[in-house]
Design a protein around this ligand. Sequence first.
Ligand code: CA
Ligand code: CA
Length: 229
Amino acid sequence: MKGKVLMKNASLVWVIFVGLLIIGSSSAFAQTPTHVEYDFSGTGNFLVSPVVYSGTVDAGEPLLIGGYWDILVDDTGWPPDADKAVRWDYINTTYYAPNYDPFGGTWTAIFDGSTTASQPVWHTGHTMGELSGTATLQITLVDFDFDAIIDPDERAFSVFSGTLIVIKNGTGIWADYCGLGSFSGSSSNADPWSWADDDVSGHTILDIEDCSVPTEQVTWGQVKQLYQK
Ligand SMILES: [Ca+2]
Ligand SMILES: [Ca+2]
C-alpha cells in the first residue's frame, strides 16, 4: 500500500517535470520580440555611388546591440559621382529645390519608389539574424539665411525620417517575421565644401509579427494588408 502511494507521487513529479520542460521550450520559441527599438549611428554620402548609409546599432534591443544597419537609395539615372558638383546639382534640382517651403525656410527631399528608380532597401542584423525590407526616406535641410539657395554650410546639418516595411526575408530568429516600422534622426557634415560623408544618428522602431505562412504570395498579401492600415 505504502509502495503504491510512493509510485503515484513519483509519477506525479515526473508529469510536473515534463510539463515544466514543455513550458520552458515554448517560452524559448517565444523569445523573438515583436516590438523592436534601437539607436543607430553611421555614415553615408549621396554624392558617392552607390548611395549607402550604414553603421552600428548602439543601444536598445539587446539582440541587435553591436550589430549593423544599412539603407540603400537607388541612384539609377543620376550623374556619376566623378564630378560631385554636377551630381549635387542634379540632386538639388530633382529633390530639394522643387520642395522648398519659403515660410519655414526648409527643403524636404523625398526618396521612395516614386521619386527613385526603385524603393530604398534596408537591413539590420546581428549574430541572431537579420531583418530587412523596403523603406522611404525624407531629408530636410534648413535655409539659415532665407535666400532659397542651399549654401554649402546648409548641407552641414539635416534631419531625416522614414518608414520601413519588414519583409519576410529575414534570417535567424527573424526569418518568419514581417511588419512595419519607422526611423528618425539627424546628420552632420564636417566638410560639406569638399563633399565629405555625412555622420548620421537616430532611432528606429519596428512592430513585427510571426508571418510564417506556406507560400510567398500570402506573405506579400499580409504585408500589403499591413501597409493599407
Ligand atoms: Ca541659403
Ligand atoms: Ca546664401
